[in-house]
Write a protein that binds this ligand. Structure first.
Ligand SMILES: C[S@@+](CC[C@H](N)C(=O)[O-])C[C@H]1O[C@@H](n2cnc3c(N)ncnc32)[C@H](O)[C@@H]1O
Length: 276
């Protein structure tokens, strides 16, 4: 098998399509063609990706700077577009430890370079599927102390998990293991913000993903809230990604004015919950 086939460059990949929306360089022709198909029916995908990434930055900053959390457990890490989670956490907590988890060999290949670039004791990488929470928790415990607060992030991950795998049960199993003061940082695609008369919708984007053999699951507000059962939602609660604590934007991030971005462009719910 040549490197081209091994990295699956001949078929579209959701992590590389996301990299394309973000303006990254880790994407190939098949990814760009599939992304173009999504953008034709949902131009908001460009805004949605950037706003999702911005939410991850702000929630990580909130955990590190405001709550003093020094341990980060990121599942569905994706291609390490800069600044990546470790860089944000490290900026506010210089001795932060981060465990990155993804189940995709392509992502793993791209993340290897990052592992060697950072301080080795501070970043660990787990090649595993979120649908095996016991395995992931066991391996993460080699790096993280689960008796101390951990910020667990599942950002733009669960819309790639089929309903039959019960994403709510998976999240409950993971948060069960967290100590008091830990956080759950979660974002998920939704059709709740689709405008009724528009053809540019998340529903149409999901069909474009399906045409390429990929999936894009959607949750209602109620289903989103159910991920946070037993946790205390941090202000401002469940909101479109763009509306979660814009005051925490990084200096190098997008500089937005209030109301500049409408929820139908974003199409993703965001929330942060604290374990009591
Ligand atoms: C859209 S990217 C999100 C990247 C990053 N969390 C962010 O929000 O910027 C989704 C990532 O989830 C990963 N992923 C998809 N299904 C997974 C699974 N079952 N277990 C672990 N990771 C998975 C993909 O490989 C991809 O890297």
């Amino acid at each position: 098998m040549d490197a081209h086939t091994e990295l699956g460059q001949d078929r579209a990949h959701s992590a590389r399509m996301y990299d394309y929306y973000l303006g990254g360089k880790t994407n190939y022709r098949a990814d760009r063609e599939a992304a173009a198909g999504v953008l034709r029916v949902y131009p908001g995908a460009l805004v949605a990706a950037r706003e999702n990434r911005g939410f991850m930055h702000r929630a990580t900053r909130y955990a590190a700077e405001e709550l003093g959390i020094r341990q980060f457990f990121d599942i569905g890490t994706g291609i390490p577009t800069e600044p990546n989670l470790y860089q944000v956490a490290h900026r506010f907590q210089p001795d932060a430890r981060v465990v990155y988890t993804d189940n995709d060999p392509i992502v793993l290949a791209y993340d290897r370079a990052l592992l060697t670039a950072g301080p080795p004791a501070a970043i660990a990488y787990i090649d595993a599927d979120v649908r095996e929470p016991e395995t992931i928790l066991e391996r993460a415990a080699e790096t993280l102390d689960f008796d101390e607060p951990v910020a667990l992030s599942l950002v733009a991950l669960l819309h790639f998990i089929p309903r039959g795998d019960d994403p709510h049960r998976l999240v409950a199993r993971l948060t069960e293991r967290l100590a008091t003061g830990s956080l759950l940082v979660l974002s998920h695609a939704t059709t709740d913000f689709d405008l009724p008369d528009s053809t540019h919708t998340v529903a149409a984007a999901a069909r474009a993903y399906e045409e390429k053999g990929l999936m894009l699951g959607r949750v209602t507000r109620e289903e989103m809230g159910a991920f946070f059962e037993g946790l205390e939602l941090a202000a401002p609660g469940l909101v479109p990604t763009s509306e979660w604590r814009p005051d925490l934007d990084l200096a190098e991030g997008l500089q937005r004015l209030p109301g500049m971005i409408s929820p139908d462009e974003v199409g993703v719910w965001a929330g942060v919950g604290r374990k009591p």
